[in-house]
Design a protein around this ligand. Structure first.
Ligand SMILES: Nc1nc2c(c(=O)[nH]1)N[C@H]1C(S)=C(S)[C@@H](COP(=O)(O)O)O[C@H]1N2
Ligand SMILES: [Mo]
Length: 202
């Protein structure tokens, strides 16, 4: 007797346990989403800065940030428009390394991430620490392209992907939550895909 497909593989109707509620697997497709025109940012002019409630603001050039210990994320990403992707591999630097260099003050509990384009998104500081967030420049072994936020983007993969600011230029540490671009337009302040925190009030 032949094995049925459902016996060895994933049976039809069984949800992939890696998929948060309301999400589908985009497969090989990687959709491009952003609100502003795609910028082209020369690495010679790129910089990343941490300021706000820190002991000392720190700014890194492209070469300086590459001199830091590198860190990798391998796993899924989840967009609020319901696509998820598995098996992504991003290389860059851990946000922990960057925060350590600036020295986080005790009164810092939130952060506002910003992009070279003016895009912003708000995060709880605890969603950026302990190995949960990166500034990345390579994806699946190749440099991030302009459309996906190159030369470098923020990566906070445990939250919906709008928190992963493309063309990231810095983080400002704050004592109170300050909403970013999508959050003032009704998207959730935290955006945990496992809790389906899509919109304000979810
Ligand atoms: N600067 C900037 N970053 C952004 C956005 C944006 O509009 N501008 N959109 C966010 C949203 S809604 C998503 S889903 C992801 C999309 O990233 P991708 O185009 O690489 O898939 O970028 C996020 N980062
Ligand atoms: Mo998104």
């Amino acid at each position: 007797m032949a094995l049925t497909r459902g016996f060895t593989g994933r049976s039809r109707g069984t949800r992939d346990p890696r998929l948060p509620p309301g999400q589908y697997d985009a497969g090989a497709n990687w959709p491009v989403l952003h609100a502003e025109p795609t910028p082209s940012i020369d690495t010679a002019r790129w910089s990343f800065e941490i300021d706000g409630l820190v002991d000392e603001p720190v700014r890194w050039s492209w070469d300086e940030i590459h001199a830091l210990p590198t860190s990798r994320y391998e796993g899924a990403i989840h967009c609020v428009t319901t696509w998820s992707k598995f098996g992504m591999r991003f290389d860059g630097v851990s946000v922990d390394t960057l925060l350590d260099a600036a020295g986080v003050r005790d009164d810092a509990t939130f952060a506002l991430a910003r992009s070279h384009t003016g895009y912003t998104t708000n995060l709880r500081l605890e969603d950026l620490t302990d190995g949960k967030a990166w500034v990345v420049w390579d994806v699946n072994g190749a440099p991030l392209t302009d459309i996906h936020g190159g030369p470098a983007r923020l990566l906070v993969p445990h939250l919906y992907f709008w928190k992963s600011a493309k063309w990231v230029s810095g983080l400002t540490l704050l004592a109170e939550d300050q909403q970013g671009f999508w959050e003032v337009r009704g998207y959730h302040d935290r955006g945990d895909p496992w809790l389906e925190q899509r919109y304000q009030g979810d």
